[in-house]
Every structure is written in structure tokens, then in C-alpha cells.
Write a protein that binds this ligand. Structure first.
Ligand SMILES: [Zn+2]
Length: 420
């Protein structure tokens, strides 16, 4: 518009978004009101995800240890504290889609291996005490009692998992707001985190035959929906893939090259490429309720777990770089999108990083027009400046092209090559 208002429509969602001039220079994240000084040892017990509080989370399904991020599975309760895990995976204590949901609505029964694991876990006295305490918490929350065997089965065999990073705050932190976000991890740590999540996604999908989709996301800080300020991702199996995928499948029926034509080509034309690496590309997204980056895998594979190690790493490196450029105090949602198991058309693996810096309110509720304070070009400009600074400090993975270093060929998506 002549006054500088930018009206956008999300090409995949149809969401109507206005960026109003004069609001873009407000600070992204106000400083936290209460900051607490840490005494030595506090950094290991700030929340229930911290390393000295492993027994406050549910039984561990897997962990990564050591400098090479070796995977160790099903550590018994009595051995949890033998060493600090780099990353851990366990069931969410309060699932969105519960084990009971799969049992009652789909007649799902746990396989023998999970029964045996539950028996083993309860045979360990520390494990028995662990399950007893967790069962009591769940019984208080739900108002229904279950046996310890049932509680153990649900906790070990559920399909809503959490993956938690080791550190809550940076090494040597003196205050509790010196948090470790995705961008504070090293590129190698972040790659291990993403690869662990990809493997977990494949396992959850394989273990739950009634799942239509496994939602993967990361909520960072409370305004983005996180219960703890401790870095974690979540994976939730669901029995439908939701209306947004349905909408995209209808669009794909008419154009298999949907994401190339409606997203990548438009980003090139509008000069919205933020960064690229061999195997992935990042755009400043158009028509989102919140300022959003879109990282697309440019590989031919559709599912995250079909990607090569290098393909996963490429996506990880760009997602890491964008989190680093975002900064630790900006609340974000990271959302993974990929082709659902039974979807008939090819879809690329893509990861959205959204800055949750505003709260839709009455205006949005009444009009379904969303006011976003930063337009895609300003988002790109800010990100490019930050990425260049971070690269100069050696904080990014090698091989990332930034801003105008990207070329149109970087935005060539190959997800539909076989279908075209
Ligand atoms: Zn913590």
C-alpha cells in the first residue's frame, strides 16, 4: 500500500497478514523481569529436565553420550546418574495423545518387548520407586488410579516423547537467564540433536501402526508454549494429519510442484533467500501470523528419516544458524512438516522457525486478519546481518551461503523429481 502497509496471503494456508509500518523497530524480546543469581550446582537442578533431576522425568528410552554422541538405550533407573547425557529421550508425563487413547480408540496393545522392559524396570528397586512416584503424579492429575504395571507400560510404550538437551544454562553461567537455546548449541551438538529427533520420529512411527502422522516441534520459552526454559523437542503420534496437510494435498493434486512454484520461486523473485547450504535452503516466509523462516530440504527424499546423514545435517545447519540469529531471548516455535505416511503426493521436509513476539488478540479474532510487526524483507535483512556477524565469530557450520551469496539454483527443490 502507498503508506507502506504490506498485505500478504500465506500461499499454503490462505492466512491474511498485514504488516503495519512503524511497528517493526520495537524490541523483539523485552529483558526478563526477574533474574536469579546462581550458586554453584544450581545450573544442574534449575528444572525437572536438568541433569541432577533425571528421576523427575519418565523412564529414559534412549540417550546420547560422550563427544561422539553415542546412543545408549533403555538405561535402568539405577544407572541414570552414571554420567551426564548429551541428549535424552523419554515420554511426556502429560501426553497430548495418551497411551490410553491408542488403547481405547484403536485397540492398540503393547508388544511383548515393551511388556518385558516394563517388568525389568520394575524389578530394579530404583525403577520401582521411580514408577511409583510417577504413577502417583499421574493419578493426582487424572483422578484415576492405575496399577504400577499399567503405569510402567504407558510410560514406556507411549508415543508422545520429549528430547531434552543437557544444559539449561551456558557453562559458567552466573544468572538463570543465561539460557542454552538451539542457537547456543555448537553446530555439531545441534546436528546430533536433530539426527536423534529424526531417528526417534522413525521409531515412534514404526511402533504405532495407527498413527497417521508424528508431529515434531520445539517450543522455546513460555510465550511459545514451553513449560520449562530448558531446551527440548517433542514428538507426538496422531491418528490424523490435520486440516493443513489436507489443504496442501488438494493443492498438490493440481500441481505436484506446489512448493517450488508457490514458495521457492516466489522467494527467489522477491529476494527472500536468507541462507543456503548444499542440501537445504532458508527463506523469509510470506503470509505467516508471526515472522517466520522456512527451511526446505532440497533433497529428493520426502521423509526426514529417508534423508542421508548429509541431508539431515544440511537442514540442521540452517535451522541452527537461524536460531542463533534469532537470539536466545526470543520465544520461538520450531515446526517440522513432511509427507504423512499415507499421503498420495510428494511433499518436502521443511522446518519452520517462528518468532512468537506478538499475541493475536481481539482484532485478529474478529477479522481473521493477522497483524505481524515485521514483513518478510525486514526479517530477511535482520537475519542476514546477524548471520554474517555469527559467521565472523565462527559460530555457524561451515559452508553456509548468506543473503546475496545465495543463487537461484539454491532454491531448486527436488522432492517431486520422481513424480514430475
Ligand atoms: Zn533445566
Amino acid at each position: 500500500m502507498p503508506d507502506g502497509t504490506v498485505k500478504q496471503v500465506g500461499p499454503l494456508t490462505g492466512t491474511s497478514v498485514w504488516t503495519v509500518p512503524g511497528r517493526a523497530h520495537r524490541p523483539l524480546a523485552p529483558p526478563r523481569e526477574q533474574v536469579r543469581e546462581l550458586v554453584p550446582g544450581d545450573e544442574r537442578r534449575l528444572c525437572a529436565f536438568c541433569v541432577d533431576r533425571y528421576l523427575e522425568t519418565t523412564p529414559e528410552k534412549a540417550r546420547l553420550i560422550g563427544p561422539d554422541f553415542d546412543e545408549v538405550r533403555r538405561v535402568p533407573a539405577s544407572a541414570l546418574f552414571a554420567q551426564d547425557a548429551q541428549f535424552r529421550r523419554f515420554a511426556n508425563l502429560f501426553e497430548i495423545v495418551s497411551a490410553e487413547y491408542w488403547r481405547e480408540n484403536h485397540g492398540f496393545r503393547q508388544p511383548a518387548a515393551v511388556f518385558e522392559w516394563a517388568q525389568d524396570y520394575l524389578t530394579d528397586p530404583v525403577g520401582l520407586e521411580h514408577i511409583t512416584a510417577l504413577a502417583a503424579i499421574r493419578a493426582r492429575a487424572s483422578g484415576t488410579e492405575t496399577s504400577l504395571e499399567e503405569a510402567a507400560l504407558d510410560l514406556l510404550g507411549g508415543s508422545h516423547d520429549v528430547i531434552v538437551a543437557r544444559r539449561h544454562v551456558v557453562d559458567g553461567a552466573t544468572h538463570d537467564d543465561q539460557l542454552v537455546s538451539s542457537g547456543e548449541l555448537t553446530p555439531d551438538e545441534h546436528a546430533a540433536y536433530v539426527a536423534f529427533t529424526v531417528r526417534s520420529l522413525a521409531e515412534i512411527e514404526a511402533a504405532q501402526p495407527h498413527a497417521a502422522y508424528v508431529a515434531v516441534f520445539q517450543n522455546w520459552l513460555r510465550p511459545a508454549g514451553a513449560s520449562f526454559e530448558h531446551l527440548h523437542k517433542q514428538l507426538v503420534a496422531i491418528d490424523e494429519h490435520g486440516p493443513q496437510v489436507d489443504r496442501e494435498l488438494r493443492m498438490l493434486a493440481a500441481d505436484r510442484g506446489l512448493y517450488q512454484h508457490r514458495i521457492a520461486d516466489v522467494a527467489v523473485e522477491q529476494r527472500l533467500l536468507v541462507a543456503a547450504t548444499d542440501g537445504a535452503v532458508a527463506f523469509a516466509g510470506i503470509g505467516h501470523r508471526y515472522p517466520s523462516f522456512e527451511v526446505y530440504s532440497t533433497a529428493a527424499e520426502n521423509l526426514p528419516h529417508e534423508h542421508s546423514e548429509r541431508g539431515v545435517r544440511a537442514v540442521s545447519d540452517l535451522v541452527h544458524a537461524l536460531h542463533a540469529a534469532t537470539g536466545v531471548h526470543v520465544p520461538t516455535n520450531e515446526e517440522w512438516h513432511y509427507r504423512p505416511r499415507r499421503a498420495p503426493w510428494p511433499m518436502p521436509w521443511r522446518v519452520l522457525v517462528k518468532w512468537r513476539i506478538s499475541t493475536p488478540a481481539g482484532f485478529e479474532g474478529g477479522t481473521k486478519v493477522y497483524v505481524n510487526t515485521i514483513d518478510p524483507w525486514e526479517l530477511r535483512r535482520r537475519a542476514v546481518v546477524e548471520l554474517e556477524r555469527l559467521r565472523g565469530e565462527g559460530r555457524l557450520a561451515p559452508g553456509i551461503r548468506i543473503g546475496d551469496e545465495c543463487v537461484a539454483a539454491d532454491a531448486h527443490l527436488r522432492y517431486a523429481d520422481e513424480a514430475l
